[in-house]
Design a protein around this ligand. Structure first.
Ligand SMILES: C[S@@+](CC[C@H](N)C(=O)[O-])C[C@H]1O[C@@H](n2cnc3c(N)ncnc32)[C@H](O)[C@@H]1O
Length: 273
């Protein structure tokens, strides 16, 4: 599976559980090639994956709504945005900057522009930047992104991306975030903690990626310890949860009794200080 295919898979997961994800637009991205991949993943890795990714979306959906409530302006800056659709659920005064690899960004812009014309999506202020986080320096990223952020405050999201990056690139991105943001701004991010590496379900995930890597599209398998997020220069931890906890709140029907049964991602809200 190529990295860009993971963006289609996650979006399709959200469309399976609109009641949990609150993403009523995800279904626009559904396609037969992705539908064909999913049963094998749910079977070989974990049947809870679709609901868990929907919970992740729900957490940021609620966090964004709450952050921008009572604000008439601001920007959502989404790093590795894939086919996320948060902007269409936010007020139209909020701007969005979508950043991803060139093939994703080009495809998304073309499709979103067409769907807005066809009135399948409401019109929003969206700008796109194609950046490969591994290949650009902090300064190059800042040169591309600073002019795009015209409305403050900012809420940066990076979800479903750290797994594919190494620590050097992750550190570089937090330097970029720090320089883009002002006190009170938020970074929302997601990772697997190293504890997850001990679970059978995580081994099955790595196994799945290894056995389906027919394109040599290599990537890291990063996990990040909780402490990392307590020691980021310029940020303090505002909120921490994980999908196991979110499940109790938003999807009790999933009947998950133990954290180690699922691919449990940790979610952090960090405030720029
Ligand atoms: C699993 S998808 C998640 C997409 C979206 N954030 C979501 O949660 O639906 C991972 C995304 O990260 C992007 N990505 C991975 N490595 C990247 C890199 N080095 N530079 C830029 N984007 C990257 C992929 O292109 C893909 O869109």
């Amino acid at each position: 599976m190529q990295v860009h295919e993971t963006a289609f898979v996650v979006s399709t997961y959200r469309s399976y559980h609109e009641d949990i994800s609150k993403d009523i637009y995800a279904r626009l991205w559904n396609n037969p090639a992705t539908d064909a991949l999913i049963p094998d993943i749910l079977n070989r890795v974990s049947k809870h994956e679709a609901a868990l990714h929907s919970l992740r979306n729900r957490f940021f959906y609620e966090s964004l709504k709450s952050f921008f409530k009572d604000k008439n302006t601001g920007s959502l800056v989404n790093f590795g945005s894939g086919f996320s659709m948060y902007q269409f659920s936010l007020n139209n005064t909020i701007a969005t900057i979508e950043i991803d690899k060139k093939d994703i960004v080009d495809y998304k812009k073309e499709k979103v522009d067409a769907w807005v014309k066809e009135r399948k999506l409401p019109s929003r202020d969206i700008q796109y930047a194609s950046i490969d986080f591994n290949h650009k320096t902090t300064d190059e990223m800042l040169t591309s992104l600073t002019p795009l952020i015209k409305k403050e405050p900012t809420f940066i999201i990076i979800e479903g991306v750290f797994f594919f990056l190494n620590r050097e690139t992750t550190d570089k991105l937090f330097e970029v975030f720090k320089k883009l943001q002002k006190p009170g701004d938020i970074v929302g991010c997601v990772t697997y903690l190293p504890e997850v590496e001990k679970t059978e379900v995580y081994s099955r995930l790595l196994n799945y990626f290894d056995s389906n890597n027919d394109t040599n599209d290599s990537f890291s398998h990063q996990t990040i310890p909780h402490d990392y997020f307590l020691n980021i220069n310029g940020y303090s931890l505002k909120e921490y949860t994980d999908e196991f906890e979110l499940c109790k709140k938003y999807a009790p029907d999933q009947n998950i009794s133990n954290k180690s049964e699922i691919l449990n991602e940790s979610l952090f809200l960090l405030e720029r200080i």
